[in-house]
Design a binder for this molecule. Structure first.
Ligand code: NAD
Length: 581
């Protein structure tokens, strides 16, 4: 079986509180994944139709003879490089990103090695297709472009049976599960079970950016219903046809999923993805110290934004604790970022309370204050200010004179000319983060940020923007993409078998990322390293995360002599391994 593990862990698990007891007793086993050839028990059609094992025309003569493949593929044996050429030729013929997404997913569904070879070799070009922004459109139309389930769906109809359903999944070992309830997909709102596209996309990034083995990933959807009227009346929508579960019913269903997953795959890390913030925060608080999990929208976003801020301060030469930061939006992402930046300020000597005084939040009702007369959601309370309530963003900017403006509101155009000019009036080099996704939802464009600040603004976005030629200088806005962070954090936590994913891991990830930004990148206004170095970035982050896990006593794997080599050797690379019977 190709999915056997490289390590056998003998651990004690105290199920009463779901928390693994640290017992680093383990032994190494010969790793089938790392062997120079794989013994497989599939043949003929069942081999060709297994995307994890299929090589298509890449099967060797010997494999064709031994594994019952003669006649099932054309006679010529084709190298993976030549297969890539065929993929590229067909890919380039397609008219737009949406068609390209469908084409790549079809490849994903028939030959994962080839898919990841294409993706890893062309990551910068293809990430906007397999992930944001194109994946957003794919999710909106998921029922219309659906071809094959490549993840698991747990719906209200199956309650009480999640554990037995998990036995239907072919793999006994899972490292990472990405699960969404589809309630807040990117900035696009409730897309119900169409959120599967996000789980699949995130895991494709785990594999390509951090070398998680494809066979050890599980995309999942908790189909609790949808309140999206268009989907409810769409005959091609594939989810359950009722409105969303709420209250205890909802939490019980999530709990059934988490408990079942932990029982079936005790070493799996669960990434909560694209949950609305009314559920995202309570779920994170409920599980963060019980199981190996994190919420990327909160913690991953916090980390990548902090990295951008730290890089930006390399340009301005200022300290983190001296920043005044205004957030448009006070949801999961904004609060996650503020918490992470506050953690950075604490590192620079502030108390958490003092750090929180450097933040101003604006939500749909205006500045988040203690006196504005409405009941604040729990996650906003620590940041609510004791000062006069102001409604409009521009007035807050006038009053606060922020050094950093963060957009996480999903409101395109909300960083208007008036707002940006006001910002620029008080600060030499304002940092402007228009982080709402996809590109169409960004609070302003790169060009607007540069033009309205007369080139002083340092701009980053959540989705990609093309470089801008501003008065003869080519400015390349960086993309504060969570993919810089979560694959490396997941890899690190997974390889050292950490019992938790902590905020300090996300903090170290941010620092590691910021340190990898070159002076040349900063000179072009780019606060992030080149995406083409993502595997090296993920490796460095994973090693740093492991070090945190060891220093905090969370790692269940005895520390390897050379941690970096160990992590690197545990990463998947896309090439064909010879098979034998
Ligand atoms: P969320 O729904 O939890 O929060 C949205 C917030 O925006 C809420 O506080 C809401 O009150 C506020 N808001 C909405 N309309 C507003 C308006 N007109 N004026 C002021 N505030 C308004 O969503 P989230 O998870 O926090 O995500 C927000 C955005 O951030 C999304 O577009 C998402 O794609 C993006 N995001 C980007 C990254 C990244 O770039 N790395 C990561 C995560 C999320």
């Amino acid at each position: 079986d190709v999915c056997s593990s490289d390590l056998i862990f003998i651990i004690g698990v105290n199920m009463s509180d779901n928390k693994s007891v640290v017992k680093p007793t383990y032994r190494y086993e010969v790793d089938n994944l790392n062997q120079s050839s794989w013994k497989i028990n599939k043949r003929g059609g069942s081999l060709i139709h297994d995307p994890l094992l299929n090589k298509g025309t890449g099967f060797s003569e010997q494999e064709r003879e031994e594994l019952g493949l003669l006649g099932l593929v054309p006679p010529k044996v084709v190298s993976i490089d030549d297969q890539v050429k065929r993929i590229q030729e067909n890919f380039n013929r397609l008219p737009g990103p949406f068609e390209k997404y469908i084409f790549l997913e079809a490849l994903h569904d028939r030959n994962e090695t080839l898919y990841f070879k294409v993706l890893i070799d062309n990551l910068e070009e293809l990430t906007p297709i397999v992930y944001t922004p194109t994946v957003g459109k794919a999710c909106e139309h998921y029922g219309h472009i659906y071809r094959r389930a490549r993840g698991m769906y747990f719906s209200t109809r199956n309650r009480g049976h999640f554990r037995e359903m998990m036995n239907n999944w072919a793999q006994d070992e899972i490292d990472i599960i990405v699960v969404t309830d589809g309630s807040r997909i990117l900035g696009l709102g409730d897309l119900g079970c169409n959120g599967m596209g996000i789980s699949i996309g995130k895991l494709a990034l785990y594999v390509s950016c951090a070398g998680i083995y494809p066979s050890k990933t599980l995309p999942a959807v908790l189909d609790v219903g949808t309140n999206n009227e268009e989907l409810l009346v769409d005959p091609l929508y594939l989810g359950v046809n009722h409105r969303r579960l709420t209250g205890d019913d909802y939490y019980e269903m999530v709990d059934e999923f988490v408990t079942a997953a932990l029982d079936k795959w005790p070493d799996a890390l669960i990434q909560f993805e694209d949950f609305t913030n009314d559920h995202a925060f309570p779920l994170l608080e409920k599980y963060r110290h019980k199981i190996v999990c994190f919420n990327d929208d909160i913690q991953g976003t916090g980390s990548v934004a902090l990295a951008g801020v730290l890089s930006g301060l390399r340009i301005t030469g200022e300290k983190l604790i001296d920043q005044r930061i205004v957030f448009l939006g006070a949801g999961s992402a904004a609060i996650g970022i503020a918490n992470m930046i506050a953690a950075g300020m604490v590192e620079e000597g502030y108390t958490v309370e003092k750090a929180r005084e450097r933040f101003w939040f604006i939500d749909t009702k205006g500045l988040v204050t203690n006196n504005r007369g409405d009941k604040l959601a729990d996650h906003k309370i620590p940041f609510a200010r004791d000062e006069e309530y102001v409604k409009a963003l521009v007035d807050v900017v006038k009053k606060v004179k922020p050094t950093i403006l963060m957009g996480l509101s999903g409101q395109p155009g909300s960083f208007s000319k008036e707002v940006i000019e006001e910002l620029n009036r008080h600060v030499d080099k304002p940092l402007i983060f228009a982080l709402s996704n996809p590109t169409s939802k960004a609070e302003c464009t790169a060009e607007q940020a540069y033009t309205w600040t007369d080139g002083n603004g340092i701009f980053s976005s959540g989705s990609p923007f093309d470089p801008v030629n501003y008065k003869g200088k080519l400015l390349s806005p960086g993309q504060g993409n969570n993919m810089y962070i979560f694959p490396g954090v997941g890899l690190g936590a997974s390889v050292c078998k950490s019992t938790e994913v902590t905020d300090s891991m996300f903090y170290i990830a941010a620092k590691t990322l910021a340190e990898m930004v070159t002076d040349e990148s900063l000179d072009c206004g780019n606060l992030y390293p080149k995406l083409s170095n993502i595997r090296e970035i993920s490796l460095k982050i994973a090693v740093a995360v492991c070090q945190v896990a060891y220093s905090e006593g969370l790692a269940r794997l005895e520390k390897p002599e050379n941690l970096e080599d160990f992590v690197e050797n545990s990463m998947f690379s896309p090439y064909y391994i010879p098979y034998s019977k």
